[in-house]
Design a protein around this ligand. Structure first.
Ligand code: KG4
Ligand code: ZN
Length: 343
């Protein structure tokens, strides 16, 4: 069975064809990073317009890459939320149009739930439950127990900035540009992570996160140090502080909930220091760790198509009524939408 996946929730337009939910037949991505770079972050209106320009040619291209025509697609899955509303609308409208024209199922996909499946997709296997999930991206820092498809128990989230947001903001202050995570990782090479003492906010205090204090502390260091600042040392210190906080809470949750499988996902899971720390934790505890390769950590449509394949049986009724939902919560049903408004 072939699932077409569409991702357009932020600044990447991505399309993928997945076979039986576990094999990537074709995958492509058109990044808007160059466009948003000069603003230091994603501009929502610009993102929607760029998605609109990109989507039709990319649909043709993905079919060519997969060597198939429209008639071979069995179902369409599109990221329906959460994300930027205008950006989401482009992917959802394209997906529904194909589904309606071809009379095949349309599957609304939750962006974060899709991120959690990427580690399994990387191993060409269906998700296995239960597991402890950590999603760390530009917009999220969530720790949860996954008990089954669309069944999540949230343990904690960030009270303010997400870790990717912290990297992006500090990177801008350091003049390293956008996106900040990869730039900070590169600049940290050879740095001493202990040179500048940075706080570990909320460490040892429940499962909630807070990263804005860490951002303020890092910015204070660079203001105080001025010309003396060592870029590798501050970047290395920041990565280690983020990783320490995240891994500390993961460790506590694995113990409290007696879980032996850990899934780490989202753009920040591409970070080498965090990956290393997770690998060491998993080895020390003797648990299974699923972290996708960096290309499947950041936004991509392969994870969306895979998630669509596994969640398709859970959708009852006419999903063509589904519409983009910027603040869709994990595990929640979508409200039914009608031309006249919300039911
Ligand atoms: O999941 P994602 O592609 O988009 C969403 O936010 O949904 O994550 C993007 C975030 C950005 O904030 C970016 O700076 C961060 O992931 N990121 C990284 C790395 N690569 C991307 N952060 C740390 N280290 C990286 N190597
Ligand atoms: Zn994402």
């Amino acid at each position: 069975m072939i699932t077409l996946g569409i991702e357009s929730s932020c600044d990447d337009t991505s399309l993928a064809l997945i076979e039986d939910g576990v094999r990537v037949k074709a995958s492509l991505l058109s990044s808007q990073i160059e466009v948003h770079k000069r603003f230091g972050g994603v501009v929502p209106e610009v993102a929607s317009r760029k998605h609109l320009e990109a989507i039709s040619p990319l649909i043709r291209e993905i079919l060519e890459m997969g060597g198939i025509g429209f008639e071979k697609i069995d179902q369409v899955a599109a990221t329906t939320g959460p994300g930027l509303l205008g950006a989401l609308l482009v992917g959802v409208a394209a997906g529904k149009a194909i589904a309606w024209q071809r009379k095949i199922p349309f599957i609304p996909v939750h962006h974060l739930e899709a991120h959690l499946g990427a580690g399994f997709l990387a191993q060409n296997r269906p998700p296995a439950y239960p597991f402890l999930g950590l999603i760390v991206s530009g917009g999220h820092s969530n720790l949860m127990i996954a008990r089954g498809q669309r069944q999540y128990e949230l343990l904690g989230r960030t009270a303010d900035d997400a870790p990717g947001e912290l990297f992006d903001k500090v990177s801008r202050k350091l003049g390293l540009g956008y996106p900040g995570g990869p730039a900070i990782q590169k600049a940290a090479a050879g740095g001493d992570p202990k040179r500048y003492p940075l706080p570990r906010p909320m460490a040892g205090r429940g499962y909630g996160f807070s990263f804005s204090g860490l951002k303020t502390a890092a910015i204070r260091v660079l203001e105080e140090e001025g010309d003396r600042l060592s870029l590798p040392d501050i970047c290395a210190g920041l990565q280690l502080a983020v990783s320490d906080v995240l891994v500390g809470k993961v460790d506590a949750a694995l113990t409290e909930h007696r879980l032996d499988r850990l899934v780490v996902a989202g753009g920040v899971a591409a970070n080498a220091v965090l990956r290393d720390a997770c690998q060491r934790l998993a080895a020390a505890r003797g648990i299974e760790l699923l972290i996708p390769p960096p290309s499947l950590c950041t936004d991509n449509a392969a994870m969306v198509a895979a998630n669509g394949f596994f969640t398709a049986p859970l959708w009852k009724g006419e999903t063509l009524f589904a519409n983009a939902l910027a603040d869709w919560q994990m595990g929640d049903d979508l409200p039914r939408w009608h031309p006249g408004g919300r039911e």
